[in-house]
Structures are given as C-alpha cells and as structure tokens.
Design a binder for this molecule. Structure first.
Ligand code: COA
Length: 283
C-alpha cells in the first residue's frame, strides 16, 4: 500500500529489532526506503535480521549489541551505529520483557527485570536519541510499543502493566515537552499478535489461542505485518501532525471487553434476534 520511498531519508533504530515485532518493523521500514539499525542483547537474531533485509534488497541495515537496561552500553551502541550509518532520526522502543506470573509469587528481581527492560529501557534509548536530536536541532520521530492493558492493568502481568502504563505517560509527556525541538512521540497499543518471544511466555498451551480469538470481534489474532504497516505510517511524514497519540491495533478486543452488552455478539445472530423479538412488547 505504501510507495517504496515512504521512509526515504529515515534512519531508524529499533530496540529488540532482531526478533518478533521488532524484526517485522525493521524489514518493513527497510522495504520502503529507510536505513535501519537493530539493537538487542543477542547477536545471532540481529545478524539474521540484517541478512534478511539485505537479501531482500535493502542495503542499509546495521546491528549493534546492547542491553537497553544498561544506559552506558546503549549509549556506546548508538554512538558506534551512528559512525556506520550516519545520524539516526527515528527510534522505535520495541524491546520488552514479560511473562505470566501470579503477583504474590513475583520476586523483587522478577518485577525489576521487566520494569527495567520496558520502562527504563525506553527511557534510556529515548534520552540517548533525544539528546542528540536536540543538540543537532534536527528533530526526530519516536514510536513506543505499549499494550492495550496499559490503561486497564491486567492480572498476571503486573510488572509489564505498570511499565507499559509508564511508557504511555512518557510518550505523552515528551510529545509536548519535545515538540518544541521538532520531535514527535507516538505509541501503538497492540492486542495479541503471535511471536515466539511473546506467545511462549504469555499463551499457555491449549485453550488459550481459541479463547483469544473469541475475545476479538474481528475473529482472529493480529499479524506482524499489520503492526509493521501501522508503525510505518506513524514513523513517516504521512503522520507529520500526529504526536502524543496511542493507536490501538487489536481487532476490537478491548472495546468488546468493556461494552456491557457485547457478550451477546457471541451468540448466533439470528438466534439472538429471535430472543430480542420475543422481548418486544406486542402492539
Ligand atoms: N515467572 C516468575 N519469575 C520469573 C519468570 C517467570 N516465568 N521468568 C523469570 N522470572 C524471574 C527470575 O526467576 C528472576 O528472578 P530471581 O532472580 O528472583 O529468581 C528474574 O525474573 C529475572 O530473570 P532472569 O532470567 O535472570 O532475567 P533476564 O534478564 O535474563 O530475563 C526476562 C528477563 C525475565 C524478562 C525474560 O523473560 C526475557 O529475557 N524476556 C525477553 C523477551 C520477552 O519477554 N519477550 C516477550 C515480550 S512481550
């Protein structure tokens, strides 16, 4: 749907870009003209992502190893990437950590690990790039991957819910504070999209996938490509007057959970309409 130069002139760093949604975004951005740099803890997936982009014809793909929890390693990675690729003008804070656990069973380190990756990691990368953009007067674009339960909270993912809510607050705070420097900050709140990293931790085997589909009005899980397309739009000049916004991409899942009568949509429609007709006062 996009022109193949939709992101020409963009050089985009994607944290957690070696796998899952991060990789999907890297491949999509490169396919429409961006130079991409993927950053993560593990070398192999980063190298595979770069190779996949290059074999698809994207020449400008780079990788750097760093843990977003560690501001010094992140800063060093950004500096070395910029030596290779030139000034980075886009950032996607995608690196995340999450697992299902009853909150009373979380250790302090378990809570800390997820919050460090999701909230502190987003801050560290944001500050590393934001400082550069401000100093250069270049402006920049950032996109944070949040989640649909950032507003409501969610059982069994307490550290992630707390951290992702913080990421939303960060997005909105900086959208205003850094607008003066020509920096845009938006977020995406995805519903369930199958990736190895997320589903191995968040979808216990068996019933759960079918249950997830039943929760989603559009009747299916999302795809990486759908998320990558939305991210492409928000990172591109097509969204140049959008900032501080959070776009939900979840097939209607969150709205369905909130609407008092939405459960009736689970019944066969004709059967339900017959029940409604029987409730109607006769004339
Ligand atoms: N249930 C309860 N506690 C868990 C857990 C689980 N499923 N998985 C890890 N932990 C605890 C560990 O026991 C440890 O706590 P402890 O030291 O008190 O025992 C703490 O979390 C840190 O785990 P560790 O594996 O040492 O940390 P790490 O930094 O290597 O990994 C995680 C970070 C835990 C977030 C790991 O799941 C990860 O690397 N995730 C990245 C990918 C991901 O989550 N993708 C999905 C995103 S949606």
């Amino acid at each position: 749907m996009y022109a193949n130069d939709a992101l020409n002139g963009s050089t985009i760093l994607i944290t957690g870009g070696g796998t899952g949604l991060g990789r999907a975004m890297a491949e999509r951005f490169a396919g429409v003209g961006a130079a991409v740099a993927v950053l993560g803890r593990r070398e192999d997936p980063l190298a595979e992502t770069v190779a996949a982009i290059q074999s698809a014809g994207g020449t400008a793909a780079y990788a750097a190893g760093a843990d977003v929890r560690d501001p010094a390693s992140l800063e060093a990675a950004v500096a070395s990437l910029e030596e290779e690729v030139g000034p980075i003008n886009g950032l996607v804070n995608n690196a995340a950590g999450n697992f299902l656990c009853a909150s009373e069973d979380l250790s302090a380190n378990a809570f800390n690990s997820v919050v460090q990756i999701v909230l502190y990691g987003t801050f560290h990368a944001t500050q590393a790039l934001g400082r550069r953009w401000i100093e250069r007067g270049s402006g920049g674009v950032m996109l944070n991957i949040s989640t649909t339960y950032a507003w409501t909270g969610s059982s069994f993912v307490l550290p992630s819910a707390c951290a992702k809510a913080g990421v939303l607050a960060m997005t909105r705070s900086l959208a205003v504070e850094w607008a003066t420097y020509g920096i845009r900050a938006n977020a995406i709140a995805p519903g369930p999209i199958p990736t190895e990293g997320a589903f191995s931790r968040l979808m216990p085997p068996g019933a759960v996938e079918a249950h997830a589909k039943q929760r989603i009005p559009l009747g299916r899980l999302g795809t990486r490509e759908e998320l990558a397309d939305l991210a492409t739009f928000l990172m591109s000049p097509m969204a140049s007057w959008i900032t501080g916004e959070v776009v939900t991409i979840d097939g209607g899942e969150v709205l369905k959970a909130g609407g008092e009568f939405n459960g009736f949509t689970d019944h066969p429609r004709e059967q339900f309409k017959a029940a409604l007709a029987s409730m109607r006062p006769s004339k």
